[in-house]
Design a protein around this ligand. Structure first.
Ligand code: NA7
Length: 550
Protein backbone atom coordinates (compact mmCIF):
# COMPACT_ATOMS: atom_id res chain seq x y z
CA UNK A 1 0.00 0.00 0.00
CA UNK A 2 1.36 3.32 -0.89
CA UNK A 3 1.43 6.50 1.13
CA UNK A 4 -0.74 9.30 -0.07
CA UNK A 5 1.44 12.26 -0.84
CA UNK A 6 -1.10 14.80 0.23
CA UNK A 7 1.31 17.72 0.10
CA UNK A 8 1.67 17.39 -3.62
CA UNK A 9 -2.07 17.58 -4.23
CA UNK A 10 -3.10 20.93 -5.64
CA UNK A 11 -5.21 22.43 -2.91
CA UNK A 12 -8.86 22.94 -3.64
CA UNK A 13 -8.95 20.12 -6.17
CA UNK A 14 -11.07 17.09 -5.38
CA UNK A 15 -9.07 13.96 -4.95
CA UNK A 16 -10.97 11.02 -6.33
CA UNK A 17 -8.63 8.61 -4.60
CA UNK A 18 -9.56 6.38 -1.73
CA UNK A 19 -7.48 5.72 1.32
CA UNK A 20 -7.62 3.21 4.11
CA UNK A 21 -7.91 5.87 6.78
CA UNK A 22 -8.55 9.56 7.14
CA UNK A 23 -7.37 11.21 10.32
CA UNK A 24 -8.83 14.58 11.25
CA UNK A 25 -6.32 16.74 13.11
CA UNK A 26 -2.53 16.86 13.38
CA UNK A 27 -1.96 17.44 17.07
CA UNK A 28 -0.48 14.92 19.51
CA UNK A 29 -3.21 12.41 18.59
CA UNK A 30 -3.24 12.79 14.82
CA UNK A 31 0.54 12.69 14.47
CA UNK A 32 0.98 9.49 16.44
CA UNK A 33 -2.04 7.88 14.75
CA UNK A 34 -0.52 8.63 11.37
CA UNK A 35 2.81 7.21 12.46
CA UNK A 36 1.21 3.99 13.70
CA UNK A 37 -0.99 3.46 10.64
CA UNK A 38 1.87 4.16 8.30
CA UNK A 39 3.94 1.60 10.17
CA UNK A 40 1.17 -0.92 9.59
CA UNK A 41 1.07 -0.12 5.89
CA UNK A 42 -2.35 1.55 5.81
CA UNK A 43 -2.70 4.37 3.32
CA UNK A 44 -3.56 7.39 5.40
CA UNK A 45 -4.35 11.03 4.90
CA UNK A 46 -4.50 13.66 7.61
CA UNK A 47 -6.52 16.86 7.26
CA UNK A 48 -5.50 19.73 9.49
CA UNK A 49 -7.15 23.15 9.72
CA UNK A 50 -3.96 24.88 10.85
CA UNK A 51 -1.03 25.71 8.62
CA UNK A 52 1.23 23.53 10.76
CA UNK A 53 1.16 20.58 13.14
CA UNK A 54 0.51 20.92 16.86
CA UNK A 55 -3.25 21.18 17.44
CA UNK A 56 -3.80 22.83 20.83
CA UNK A 57 -0.17 23.92 20.84
CA UNK A 58 -0.45 25.41 17.38
CA UNK A 59 -3.43 27.62 18.27
CA UNK A 60 -2.96 28.52 21.95
CA UNK A 61 -0.07 30.96 21.64
CA UNK A 62 -1.24 33.43 24.25
CA UNK A 63 1.42 34.92 26.55
CA UNK A 64 2.32 32.50 29.33
CA UNK A 65 0.81 29.45 27.60
CA UNK A 66 2.36 26.44 29.24
CA UNK A 67 1.46 22.84 29.93
CA UNK A 68 0.56 22.05 33.52
CA UNK A 69 1.63 18.44 33.30
CA UNK A 70 5.39 18.17 33.76
CA UNK A 71 7.30 18.19 30.49
CA UNK A 72 9.09 14.87 30.93
CA UNK A 73 5.72 13.21 31.39
CA UNK A 74 3.86 15.24 28.79
CA UNK A 75 5.73 13.60 25.94
CA UNK A 76 5.46 10.57 23.72
CA UNK A 77 6.78 7.27 25.03
CA UNK A 78 6.52 5.25 21.81
CA UNK A 79 10.07 5.83 20.60
CA UNK A 80 13.13 5.25 22.79
CA UNK A 81 15.28 7.27 20.40
CA UNK A 82 12.90 10.20 20.52
CA UNK A 83 12.83 10.02 24.30
CA UNK A 84 16.57 10.02 24.60
CA UNK A 85 17.23 12.66 21.94
CA UNK A 86 14.72 15.32 22.94
CA UNK A 87 15.82 17.55 25.79
CA UNK A 88 13.13 19.39 27.73
CA UNK A 89 14.47 22.51 29.37
CA UNK A 90 11.88 23.35 32.03
CA UNK A 91 9.80 21.50 34.58
CA UNK A 92 6.67 22.69 32.76
CA UNK A 93 7.16 23.23 29.05
CA UNK A 94 6.08 26.46 27.41
CA UNK A 95 3.87 26.45 24.33
CA UNK A 96 6.77 27.31 21.97
CA UNK A 97 8.83 24.42 23.32
CA UNK A 98 5.97 21.91 22.95
CA UNK A 99 5.29 23.16 19.44
CA UNK A 100 8.99 22.73 18.57
CA UNK A 101 8.80 19.22 19.96
CA UNK A 102 5.80 18.35 17.79
CA UNK A 103 7.48 19.84 14.74
CA UNK A 104 10.53 17.77 15.56
CA UNK A 105 8.36 14.64 15.80
CA UNK A 106 6.69 15.40 12.47
CA UNK A 107 10.09 15.91 10.79
CA UNK A 108 11.74 12.97 12.46
CA UNK A 109 9.03 10.52 11.39
CA UNK A 110 8.51 12.20 8.02
CA UNK A 111 4.85 12.89 8.73
CA UNK A 112 4.29 16.13 6.84
CA UNK A 113 3.91 14.44 3.46
CA UNK A 114 0.66 12.78 4.55
CA UNK A 115 -0.90 15.91 6.00
CA UNK A 116 -3.00 18.37 4.04
CA UNK A 117 -2.82 21.66 5.93
CA UNK A 118 -5.19 24.62 5.97
CA UNK A 119 -8.00 22.21 5.27
CA UNK A 120 -10.97 21.84 7.58
CA UNK A 121 -13.08 18.71 7.42
CA UNK A 122 -16.70 19.78 7.10
CA UNK A 123 -18.52 16.47 6.74
CA UNK A 124 -18.06 12.74 7.18
CA UNK A 125 -20.83 10.50 5.88
CA UNK A 126 -21.01 6.74 6.20
CA UNK A 127 -21.90 5.13 2.89
CA UNK A 128 -23.73 1.97 3.92
CA UNK A 129 -23.62 0.41 0.46
CA UNK A 130 -19.87 0.68 0.21
CA UNK A 131 -19.11 0.45 3.93
CA UNK A 132 -16.89 3.49 3.62
CA UNK A 133 -16.72 7.00 4.96
CA UNK A 134 -16.97 9.91 2.56
CA UNK A 135 -15.07 12.85 3.96
CA UNK A 136 -15.46 16.38 2.64
CA UNK A 137 -13.41 19.48 3.35
CA UNK A 138 -13.79 23.22 3.05
CA UNK A 139 -11.36 23.15 0.14
CA UNK A 140 -13.54 20.91 -1.95
CA UNK A 141 -11.82 17.61 -1.23
CA UNK A 142 -13.93 14.48 -1.25
CA UNK A 143 -12.18 11.34 -0.18
CA UNK A 144 -13.42 7.87 0.55
CA UNK A 145 -11.90 6.03 3.50
CA UNK A 146 -12.61 2.74 5.20
CA UNK A 147 -11.80 4.27 8.58
CA UNK A 148 -12.35 7.78 9.82
CA UNK A 149 -10.40 8.73 12.92
CA UNK A 150 -11.24 11.90 14.77
CA UNK A 151 -8.13 13.36 16.38
CA UNK A 152 -9.88 16.67 16.79
CA UNK A 153 -8.92 17.43 20.38
CA UNK A 154 -11.03 17.99 23.48
CA UNK A 155 -10.47 21.74 23.75
CA UNK A 156 -10.29 22.99 20.19
CA UNK A 157 -13.64 24.66 19.47
CA UNK A 158 -13.06 28.12 20.93
CA UNK A 159 -16.01 29.84 22.58
CA UNK A 160 -16.65 33.57 22.34
CA UNK A 161 -19.50 34.46 24.69
CA UNK A 162 -22.72 35.79 23.27
CA UNK A 163 -22.37 39.29 24.67
CA UNK A 164 -24.38 42.10 23.20
CA UNK A 165 -22.34 44.50 21.09
CA UNK A 166 -19.19 42.41 20.62
CA UNK A 167 -19.05 43.27 16.93
CA UNK A 168 -19.20 46.98 17.63
CA UNK A 169 -16.00 47.15 19.71
CA UNK A 170 -13.53 49.44 17.95
CA UNK A 171 -10.39 48.10 19.63
CA UNK A 172 -8.66 44.77 19.09
CA UNK A 173 -10.26 41.47 20.10
CA UNK A 174 -8.40 38.24 20.79
CA UNK A 175 -9.32 34.74 21.93
CA UNK A 176 -6.60 32.87 23.82
CA UNK A 177 -7.28 29.78 21.72
CA UNK A 178 -6.70 31.65 18.43
CA UNK A 179 -3.76 33.83 19.28
CA UNK A 180 -2.00 35.72 16.46
CA UNK A 181 1.18 33.95 15.40
CA UNK A 182 3.13 37.18 15.34
CA UNK A 183 2.27 37.81 19.02
CA UNK A 184 0.64 40.87 20.53
CA UNK A 185 2.37 43.82 22.12
CA UNK A 186 0.15 45.33 24.82
CA UNK A 187 2.68 47.98 25.83
CA UNK A 188 0.95 51.21 26.77
CA UNK A 189 -2.53 49.71 26.35
CA UNK A 190 -5.54 49.40 28.59
CA UNK A 191 -6.50 45.75 28.30
CA UNK A 192 -9.51 43.76 29.48
CA UNK A 193 -9.27 40.01 30.05
CA UNK A 194 -12.63 38.26 30.24
CA UNK A 195 -12.48 34.95 32.09
CA UNK A 196 -10.39 33.48 34.87
CA UNK A 197 -9.86 29.87 33.75
CA UNK A 198 -6.47 28.27 33.06
CA UNK A 199 -5.76 30.36 29.96
CA UNK A 200 -6.52 33.61 31.78
CA UNK A 201 -4.60 32.57 34.85
CA UNK A 202 -1.52 31.86 32.74
CA UNK A 203 -1.76 34.97 30.60
CA UNK A 204 -2.84 37.61 33.15
CA UNK A 205 0.58 37.88 34.89
CA UNK A 206 2.28 38.27 31.50
CA UNK A 207 -0.19 40.80 30.13
CA UNK A 208 -0.04 42.76 33.40
CA UNK A 209 3.71 43.20 32.95
CA UNK A 210 3.18 44.80 29.54
CA UNK A 211 -0.08 46.69 29.73
CA UNK A 212 -0.52 50.19 31.08
CA UNK A 213 -3.69 49.05 32.81
CA UNK A 214 -5.32 45.62 33.04
CA UNK A 215 -8.92 44.92 33.99
CA UNK A 216 -9.68 41.29 34.84
CA UNK A 217 -13.37 40.48 34.40
CA UNK A 218 -14.06 37.57 36.71
CA UNK A 219 -17.36 35.68 36.71
CA UNK A 220 -16.26 32.71 38.84
CA UNK A 221 -13.05 32.71 40.90
CA UNK A 222 -10.80 29.71 40.34
CA UNK A 223 -8.65 27.58 42.57
CA UNK A 224 -5.06 27.78 41.46
CA UNK A 225 -1.85 26.28 42.80
CA UNK A 226 1.69 27.42 42.07
CA UNK A 227 3.68 25.68 39.35
CA UNK A 228 7.07 26.48 40.85
CA UNK A 229 8.34 26.19 37.32
CA UNK A 230 12.12 26.10 36.93
CA UNK A 231 14.79 24.85 34.58
CA UNK A 232 15.04 21.06 34.68
CA UNK A 233 18.05 20.03 36.68
CA UNK A 234 20.55 17.46 35.49
CA UNK A 235 19.63 15.29 38.49
CA UNK A 236 15.96 15.19 37.59
CA UNK A 237 16.75 14.29 33.98
CA UNK A 238 19.20 11.63 35.03
CA UNK A 239 16.70 10.08 37.41
CA UNK A 240 14.02 10.16 34.71
CA UNK A 241 16.25 8.42 32.19
CA UNK A 242 17.48 5.87 34.68
CA UNK A 243 13.93 4.87 35.61
CA UNK A 244 12.19 5.53 32.34
CA UNK A 245 10.48 2.17 31.90
CA UNK A 246 9.11 2.02 35.41
CA UNK A 247 8.04 5.67 35.41
CA UNK A 248 6.20 5.24 32.13
CA UNK A 249 4.52 2.16 33.54
CA UNK A 250 3.50 4.12 36.62
CA UNK A 251 1.85 6.72 34.42
CA UNK A 252 -0.05 4.14 32.42
CA UNK A 253 -1.39 2.37 35.48
CA UNK A 254 -2.09 5.49 37.52
CA UNK A 255 -5.34 7.33 38.16
CA UNK A 256 -4.57 10.43 36.12
CA UNK A 257 -1.77 9.43 33.77
CA UNK A 258 1.05 11.09 35.61
CA UNK A 259 3.24 10.16 38.53
CA UNK A 260 2.14 11.27 41.91
CA UNK A 261 2.73 10.41 45.50
CA UNK A 262 -0.28 8.31 46.33
CA UNK A 263 -2.13 9.12 49.51
CA UNK A 264 -3.36 6.41 51.81
CA UNK A 265 -5.49 8.39 54.24
CA UNK A 266 -8.64 10.42 54.17
CA UNK A 267 -8.36 14.13 54.97
CA UNK A 268 -10.42 13.84 58.14
CA UNK A 269 -8.61 10.75 59.40
CA UNK A 270 -5.59 12.81 60.34
CA UNK A 271 -5.10 15.57 62.88
CA UNK A 272 -5.53 19.14 61.60
CA UNK A 273 -1.79 19.84 62.01
CA UNK A 274 -0.83 16.81 59.94
CA UNK A 275 -3.38 17.75 57.29
CA UNK A 276 -2.00 21.26 57.12
CA UNK A 277 1.57 19.92 56.86
CA UNK A 278 0.60 17.64 53.99
CA UNK A 279 -1.12 20.45 52.08
CA UNK A 280 1.81 22.77 52.71
CA UNK A 281 4.34 20.18 51.46
CA UNK A 282 2.34 19.66 48.31
CA UNK A 283 1.77 23.40 47.79
CA UNK A 284 5.53 23.89 48.01
CA UNK A 285 6.05 21.05 45.54
CA UNK A 286 3.66 22.73 43.13
CA UNK A 287 1.28 21.51 40.46
CA UNK A 288 -1.60 19.09 40.77
CA UNK A 289 -0.03 17.23 43.71
CA UNK A 290 -2.19 19.14 46.16
CA UNK A 291 -5.36 17.46 45.01
CA UNK A 292 -3.82 14.04 45.69
CA UNK A 293 -2.96 14.89 49.29
CA UNK A 294 -5.75 12.67 50.61
CA UNK A 295 -7.74 9.82 49.14
CA UNK A 296 -11.13 11.47 49.48
CA UNK A 297 -10.71 15.06 48.28
CA UNK A 298 -12.71 14.47 45.11
CA UNK A 299 -15.38 12.29 46.70
CA UNK A 300 -16.15 13.76 50.14
CA UNK A 301 -17.38 17.31 50.50
CA UNK A 302 -16.06 17.53 54.07
CA UNK A 303 -12.62 16.37 52.98
CA UNK A 304 -12.73 18.70 50.01
CA UNK A 305 -13.60 21.64 52.23
CA UNK A 306 -10.28 21.27 54.04
CA UNK A 307 -8.29 21.51 50.81
CA UNK A 308 -10.42 24.40 49.58
CA UNK A 309 -9.94 26.25 52.86
CA UNK A 310 -6.19 25.72 52.61
CA UNK A 311 -6.02 27.30 49.14
CA UNK A 312 -8.27 30.17 50.23
CA UNK A 313 -5.91 30.83 53.14
CA UNK A 314 -3.05 30.99 50.65
CA UNK A 315 -4.93 33.53 48.53
CA UNK A 316 -5.58 35.57 51.66
CA UNK A 317 -1.87 35.47 52.42
CA UNK A 318 -0.74 36.53 48.95
CA UNK A 319 -3.23 39.25 48.00
CA UNK A 320 -2.71 42.44 50.01
CA UNK A 321 -6.11 44.06 49.61
CA UNK A 322 -8.52 41.97 51.72
CA UNK A 323 -11.52 42.86 49.55
CA UNK A 324 -9.71 41.76 46.39
CA UNK A 325 -8.51 38.60 48.13
CA UNK A 326 -12.06 37.83 49.19
CA UNK A 327 -13.34 38.29 45.63
CA UNK A 328 -10.63 35.96 44.30
CA UNK A 329 -11.60 33.13 46.66
CA UNK A 330 -13.71 30.38 45.14
CA UNK A 331 -16.58 29.30 47.38
CA UNK A 332 -19.30 28.06 45.06
CA UNK A 333 -17.92 24.63 44.08
CA UNK A 334 -15.56 21.99 45.50
CA UNK A 335 -11.87 22.36 44.67
CA UNK A 336 -10.86 20.20 41.71
CA UNK A 337 -14.35 19.96 40.24
CA UNK A 338 -13.61 22.81 37.87
CA UNK A 339 -10.22 22.35 36.26
CA UNK A 340 -7.59 23.12 38.92
CA UNK A 341 -5.28 25.80 37.55
CA UNK A 342 -1.51 25.83 37.88
CA UNK A 343 0.00 29.30 37.85
CA UNK A 344 3.06 31.47 38.06
CA UNK A 345 2.39 34.54 40.25
CA UNK A 346 -1.32 34.72 39.40
CA UNK A 347 -2.67 35.89 42.74
CA UNK A 348 0.33 38.16 43.37
CA UNK A 349 -0.46 39.94 40.11
CA UNK A 350 -3.45 41.52 41.85
CA UNK A 351 -1.01 43.39 44.10
CA UNK A 352 0.16 45.41 41.11
CA UNK A 353 -1.08 48.96 40.86
CA UNK A 354 -2.00 48.55 37.17
CA UNK A 355 -4.29 45.54 37.73
CA UNK A 356 -7.96 45.80 38.72
CA UNK A 357 -10.27 42.91 39.45
CA UNK A 358 -13.81 43.46 38.18
CA UNK A 359 -16.16 41.16 40.07
CA UNK A 360 -18.89 40.19 37.64
CA UNK A 361 -20.86 38.48 40.38
CA UNK A 362 -21.38 41.88 41.94
CA UNK A 363 -21.90 43.66 38.63
CA UNK A 364 -22.35 41.49 35.52
CA UNK A 365 -21.34 42.50 32.01
CA UNK A 366 -24.26 44.18 30.28
CA UNK A 367 -22.66 44.74 26.90
CA UNK A 368 -19.53 45.24 24.92
CA UNK A 369 -19.56 48.79 23.60
CA UNK A 370 -17.60 50.55 20.88
CA UNK A 371 -15.17 51.71 23.57
CA UNK A 372 -14.93 48.72 25.88
CA UNK A 373 -17.03 46.77 28.37
CA UNK A 374 -20.04 47.98 30.29
CA UNK A 375 -21.05 46.25 33.50
CA UNK A 376 -24.07 47.04 35.63
CA UNK A 377 -21.80 49.27 37.73
CA UNK A 378 -19.38 50.98 35.34
CA UNK A 379 -18.02 51.36 31.84
CA UNK A 380 -14.41 50.35 31.12
CA UNK A 381 -12.60 51.92 28.17
CA UNK A 382 -10.28 49.38 26.61
CA UNK A 383 -7.77 49.26 23.77
CA UNK A 384 -7.94 45.46 23.57
CA UNK A 385 -10.19 42.71 24.89
CA UNK A 386 -8.79 39.24 25.48
CA UNK A 387 -11.47 36.57 25.55
CA UNK A 388 -10.11 33.81 27.77
CA UNK A 389 -13.54 32.28 27.69
CA UNK A 390 -12.72 28.68 26.90
CA UNK A 391 -14.05 26.06 24.56
CA UNK A 392 -17.05 23.98 23.64
CA UNK A 393 -15.18 21.15 25.30
CA UNK A 394 -15.05 17.49 24.34
CA UNK A 395 -17.93 17.52 21.84
CA UNK A 396 -17.58 20.92 20.14
CA UNK A 397 -15.01 19.97 17.52
CA UNK A 398 -17.03 16.88 16.58
CA UNK A 399 -20.32 18.77 16.48
CA UNK A 400 -18.76 21.28 14.12
CA UNK A 401 -18.38 18.50 11.53
CA UNK A 402 -21.51 17.10 9.92
CA UNK A 403 -20.92 13.47 10.91
CA UNK A 404 -23.57 11.04 9.70
CA UNK A 405 -23.64 7.34 10.45
CA UNK A 406 -26.08 4.61 9.50
CA UNK A 407 -29.38 5.77 7.98
CA UNK A 408 -27.97 9.27 7.74
CA UNK A 409 -28.29 9.86 11.49
CA UNK A 410 -26.29 12.89 12.58
CA UNK A 411 -23.89 12.45 15.50
CA UNK A 412 -25.10 15.79 16.79
CA UNK A 413 -28.65 14.44 16.85
CA UNK A 414 -27.60 11.23 18.55
CA UNK A 415 -25.76 13.28 21.19
CA UNK A 416 -28.57 15.77 21.63
CA UNK A 417 -28.98 14.83 25.30
CA UNK A 418 -25.26 14.35 25.87
CA UNK A 419 -22.48 12.31 24.29
CA UNK A 420 -22.94 8.54 24.14
CA UNK A 421 -19.97 6.32 23.33
CA UNK A 422 -18.60 2.90 24.04
CA UNK A 423 -15.29 3.38 25.88
CA UNK A 424 -15.08 6.90 24.50
CA UNK A 425 -13.67 5.36 21.34
CA UNK A 426 -16.67 4.42 19.19
CA UNK A 427 -20.35 5.25 18.81
CA UNK A 428 -23.14 2.75 18.02
CA UNK A 429 -24.49 3.41 14.54
CA UNK A 430 -21.19 4.92 13.37
CA UNK A 431 -19.09 1.95 12.18
CA UNK A 432 -15.35 2.43 11.64
CA UNK A 433 -15.45 5.91 13.17
CA UNK A 434 -13.03 6.38 16.05
CA UNK A 435 -12.81 9.25 18.50
CA UNK A 436 -9.37 9.60 20.07
CA UNK A 437 -9.85 10.68 23.71
CA UNK A 438 -13.57 10.99 23.09
CA UNK A 439 -16.19 11.68 25.75
CA UNK A 440 -16.53 8.68 28.05
CA UNK A 441 -12.76 8.17 28.25
CA UNK A 442 -10.33 9.66 30.84
CA UNK A 443 -9.14 12.28 28.32
CA UNK A 444 -9.20 15.71 29.97
CA UNK A 445 -8.96 14.20 33.44
CA UNK A 446 -5.60 12.74 32.56
CA UNK A 447 -2.21 13.43 31.09
CA UNK A 448 -3.48 13.75 27.52
CA UNK A 449 -0.38 12.29 25.92
CA UNK A 450 -0.67 9.07 27.93
CA UNK A 451 -4.35 8.76 27.06
CA UNK A 452 -3.71 9.58 23.42
CA UNK A 453 -1.02 6.94 23.10
CA UNK A 454 -3.30 4.37 24.69
CA UNK A 455 -6.17 5.14 22.31
CA UNK A 456 -3.95 5.30 19.24
CA UNK A 457 -2.35 1.95 20.07
CA UNK A 458 -5.74 0.38 20.70
CA UNK A 459 -7.14 1.70 17.41
CA UNK A 460 -4.03 0.68 15.44
CA UNK A 461 -4.19 -2.83 16.88
CA UNK A 462 -7.89 -2.96 16.10
CA UNK A 463 -7.37 -2.00 12.46
CA UNK A 464 -4.60 -4.57 12.16
CA UNK A 465 -6.90 -7.18 13.68
CA UNK A 466 -9.67 -6.38 11.20
CA UNK A 467 -7.29 -6.63 8.29
CA UNK A 468 -5.78 -9.86 9.53
CA UNK A 469 -9.23 -11.42 9.84
CA UNK A 470 -10.49 -9.98 6.58
CA UNK A 471 -13.16 -7.95 8.33
CA UNK A 472 -14.54 -4.70 6.96
CA UNK A 473 -16.37 -3.24 9.91
CA UNK A 474 -16.23 -2.71 13.59
CA UNK A 475 -19.18 -1.18 15.33
CA UNK A 476 -20.14 -0.70 18.96
CA UNK A 477 -23.37 -2.41 19.98
CA UNK A 478 -26.09 -0.27 21.48
CA UNK A 479 -26.13 -2.49 24.57
CA UNK A 480 -22.42 -2.05 25.17
CA UNK A 481 -22.71 1.68 24.62
CA UNK A 482 -25.66 2.01 27.00
CA UNK A 483 -23.88 0.00 29.67
CA UNK A 484 -20.74 2.10 29.30
CA UNK A 485 -22.62 5.40 29.45
CA UNK A 486 -24.37 4.18 32.62
CA UNK A 487 -21.02 3.19 34.11
CA UNK A 488 -19.41 6.53 33.22
CA UNK A 489 -22.33 8.34 34.87
CA UNK A 490 -22.35 6.11 37.92
CA UNK A 491 -18.66 6.61 38.55
CA UNK A 492 -18.95 10.35 37.89
CA UNK A 493 -21.78 10.65 40.39
CA UNK A 494 -19.74 8.99 43.09
CA UNK A 495 -17.53 12.07 42.95
CA UNK A 496 -18.09 15.75 43.63
CA UNK A 497 -17.63 16.73 39.95
CA UNK A 498 -21.36 17.08 39.19
CA UNK A 499 -21.59 19.83 41.84
CA UNK A 500 -19.72 22.36 39.70
CA UNK A 501 -20.81 24.37 36.67
CA UNK A 502 -17.77 23.29 34.72
CA UNK A 503 -16.97 22.61 31.11
CA UNK A 504 -16.61 18.94 32.17
CA UNK A 505 -20.40 19.19 32.69
CA UNK A 506 -21.02 21.18 29.51
CA UNK A 507 -22.15 24.04 31.76
CA UNK A 508 -20.14 26.75 29.98
CA UNK A 509 -22.16 26.46 26.78
CA UNK A 510 -25.74 27.76 26.89
CA UNK A 511 -28.16 24.96 26.00
CA UNK A 512 -25.58 22.17 26.21
CA UNK A 513 -26.91 19.17 28.16
CA UNK A 514 -25.61 18.92 31.70
CA UNK A 515 -23.69 15.64 31.58
CA UNK A 516 -20.35 14.76 33.13
CA UNK A 517 -18.46 13.90 29.94
CA UNK A 518 -15.08 12.41 30.84
CA UNK A 519 -14.51 9.05 32.58
CA UNK A 520 -13.18 9.35 36.13
CA UNK A 521 -12.63 5.63 36.73
CA UNK A 522 -8.86 6.07 36.38
CA UNK A 523 -6.37 5.81 33.53
CA UNK A 524 -5.01 2.44 34.72
CA UNK A 525 -8.35 0.63 35.22
CA UNK A 526 -9.65 2.16 31.98
CA UNK A 527 -6.66 0.85 30.02
CA UNK A 528 -7.19 -2.56 31.55
CA UNK A 529 -10.84 -2.52 30.50
CA UNK A 530 -9.92 -1.58 26.91
CA UNK A 531 -7.30 -4.32 26.78
CA UNK A 532 -9.76 -6.88 28.11
CA UNK A 533 -12.34 -5.86 25.52
CA UNK A 534 -9.79 -6.40 22.74
CA UNK A 535 -8.53 -9.67 24.24
CA UNK A 536 -12.07 -11.01 24.29
CA UNK A 537 -12.37 -10.50 20.53
CA UNK A 538 -13.62 -6.93 20.86
CA UNK A 539 -16.39 -7.60 23.31
CA UNK A 540 -19.29 -5.20 22.90
CA UNK A 541 -18.47 -4.61 19.25
CA UNK A 542 -19.80 -6.29 16.12
CA UNK A 543 -17.06 -7.18 13.68
CA UNK A 544 -18.34 -8.09 10.29
CA UNK A 545 -18.03 -8.79 6.60
CA UNK A 546 -15.16 -10.01 4.50
CA UNK A 547 -13.24 -7.25 2.85
CA UNK A 548 -10.70 -6.75 0.18
CA UNK A 549 -7.75 -4.71 1.25
CA UNK A 550 -5.61 -3.22 -1.44
P1 NA7 B 1 -12.15 27.78 30.82
O1 NA7 B 1 -11.48 27.01 31.86
O2 NA7 B 1 -13.45 27.28 30.28
O3 NA7 B 1 -12.34 29.26 31.37
C1 NA7 B 1 -13.17 30.17 30.74
C2 NA7 B 1 -13.34 31.36 31.63
O4 NA7 B 1 -14.14 32.32 30.94
C3 NA7 B 1 -14.07 31.04 32.92
O5 NA7 B 1 -13.52 31.80 33.94
C4 NA7 B 1 -15.50 31.48 32.61
O6 NA7 B 1 -16.26 31.82 33.74
C5 NA7 B 1 -15.23 32.70 31.77
N1 NA7 B 1 -16.36 33.08 30.95
C6 NA7 B 1 -16.94 32.37 29.96
N2 NA7 B 1 -17.95 33.07 29.43
C7 NA7 B 1 -18.02 34.23 30.09
C8 NA7 B 1 -18.86 35.36 30.02
N3 NA7 B 1 -19.87 35.43 29.15
N4 NA7 B 1 -18.63 36.38 30.86
C9 NA7 B 1 -17.63 36.32 31.75
N5 NA7 B 1 -16.80 35.27 31.88
C10 NA7 B 1 -17.00 34.25 31.05
O7 NA7 B 1 -11.22 27.99 29.54
P2 NA7 B 1 -9.63 28.10 29.49
O8 NA7 B 1 -9.26 28.41 28.10
O9 NA7 B 1 -9.12 28.98 30.55
O10 NA7 B 1 -9.12 26.68 29.86
C11 NA7 B 1 -9.59 25.54 29.14
C12 NA7 B 1 -8.74 24.37 29.44
O11 NA7 B 1 -7.55 24.43 28.67
C13 NA7 B 1 -8.22 24.25 30.82
O12 NA7 B 1 -9.10 23.77 31.72
C14 NA7 B 1 -7.03 23.35 30.64
O13 NA7 B 1 -7.45 22.01 30.55
C15 NA7 B 1 -6.48 23.79 29.36
P3 NA7 B 1 -17.19 30.69 34.45
O14 NA7 B 1 -16.26 29.83 35.23
O15 NA7 B 1 -17.87 29.93 33.34
O16 NA7 B 1 -18.13 31.47 35.27
Amino acid sequence: MSEVRARTLPSGVSDPGAVDAVIVGAGFAGLYMLHRLRGLGFSTRVYEAGSGVGGTWFWNRYPGARCDVESLEYSYSFSDELQSDWKWTERYASQPEILSYLNHVAERFDLHRSIQFETRVTAATFDEAANRWIIRTDRGDRVSARFCIMATGCLSAAKIPELEGIETFKGKRYHTGHWPHEGVDFTGQTVGVIGTGSSAIQSIPEIARQAKQLFVFQRTPNFSVPAHNAPLSADVIQDWNANLASYRNMERTSAFGFMHEPSTKGALEVAPEERQREYETRWQRGGFHLIGAFTDILVSKDANDTAAAFVRSKIRGIVRDPAVAEALMPTSYPIGTKRLCVDTHYFATFNRSNVTLVDLQASPIEAVTTAGVRTSAAEYSLDSIVFATGFDAMTGALSNIDIRGRAGVALKQKWYEGPRTYLGIMVAGFPNLFTITGPGSPSVLSNMVVSIEQHVDWIADCLAHLREHRLALIEATLDAENAWVTHVNDVGHQTLFPLANSWYMGANIPGKPRVFMPYIGGVGPYRQKCDEVAAKGYEGFILSQAATYA
